[in-house]
Design a protein around this ligand. Structure first.
Ligand code: FAD
Length: 292
């Protein structure tokens, strides 16, 4: 097939996606690619454009639920070392979109560079974190981002400076197909003090989310001035189950997948939560979790 000619070594067909996501649910990707470097990635994106095959970027899969029937088109993962580099230049950290967010944070902390440590414990990659402006009450990744290199849907390499970047609650203007690299302008601090602060954030974070469970991140966005988790709790929905999908007891904005759970169970539970919260509290919850 023309789509695959020249890309046989990096593209697989019918790749199960469950093992690439935190929910560990759902069907396969029609095509799945792990390019070796940016040139190969750009060539693949352009070929998919010519063949009219839709392309999606998969990061750590911590904010995605894949439907049981799987995903048509091409799913790309930046797993090669070329996409995961992290370097420090003065007060800047420059990292690839495929780097693990936790690794970027600990590198900065060890170098005595402050800012990102409040994000410790958020799973996934740098690209995923920038796409959704990952954050906590202590801050978000956008506030430290000074520039980014992206690849557009048509396979063009583009540079975005600070003035081009807009970050809001769990959303960013970085909505191009691929976030290839980003730079963070950080503040000097004592590495030992920073490491202590990072540990404290990690402990608070661990206590607030389900432990040892199969789940993704928060299912719903927090409505202005309110907590989606508290609203779901107030609606009496903690512990509610559909099939193998259960509203978590510790934090009601998480859905946990028990053995035998399907994506359809999770989708039905999401609908149930939304309708019950609307009926009982007159609040319209908006989904945060991406459905593929
Ligand atoms: C236990 C747990 C706790 C969490 N806590 C938090 C929290 O405190 N705060 C928070 O904000 N989130 C939290 N999350 C949600 C999730 O971890 C974040 O949204 C994370 O930043 C997603 O990154 P990812 O690499 O896993 O992205 P994925 O889930 O793989 O993808 C998410 C989106 O990003 C896009 N994307 C991924 N990589 C790239 C790239 N290189 N270029 C362009 N687009 C890309 C995907 O196409 C998709 O649209 C939590 C999740 C879990 C499971």
């Amino acid at each position: 097939m023309a789509l695959l000619t020249g890309f046989e070594k990096i593209v697989r067909r019918d790749e199960p996606l469950a093992m690439h996501t935190w929910f560990q649910l759902g069907g396969p990707a029609e095509y799945f690619a792990e390019p070796g470097d940016a040139d190969q990635l750009i060539a693949l994106v352009r070929r998919c454009g010519q063949e009219e095959v839709p392309v999606r970027l998969l990061g750590g899969g911590s904010n995605i639920l894949v439907r049981d029937e799987g995903v048509p088109g091409m799913v790309v993962r930046l797993a090669a070392p070329a996409f995961g580099s992290i370097r420090v230049e003065g007060q800047s950290v420059i990292a690839g979109g495929g780097a693990t967010l936790g690794h970027v944070i600990t590198t900065a902390v060890h170098q005595g560079l402050a800012g990102l440590e409040t994000l410790i414990g958020i799973p996934g990659t740098l690209g995923g974190a920038l796409h959704g402006n990952a954050g906590t009450r202590g801050g978000d990744i956008g506030q430290w981002t000074s520039q980014a290199t992206v690849i557009s849907q048509t396979g063009e390499l583009l540079q975005c400076g600070r003035d081009d970047l807009v970050f809001e609650y769990h959303q960013s203007s970085l909505d191009e197909l691929v976030i290839l690299e980003a730079e963070f302008q950080l503040e000097e601090d004592d590495p030992r003090e920073l490491a202590r602060r990072m540990q404290k954030h990690w402990i608070v974070k661990k206590a607030a989310q389900p432990m040892g469970h199969q789940c993704a991140g928060c299912v719903f966005r927090n409505p202005r001035g309110a907590s989606a988790g508290e609203l779901i709790d107030e609606a009496g929905l903690k512990g509610t189950r559909i099939g193998g999908a259960v509203v978590n007891d510790r934090h009601a904005n998480f859905i946990v997948a028990e053995p035998e759970c399907t994506s359809q169970d999770v989708l039905r539970l999401i609908d149930l939560i939304r309708s019950q919260v609307h009926e009982r509290l007159d609040v319209e919850l908006e989904r945060e979790l991406e459905i593929w």
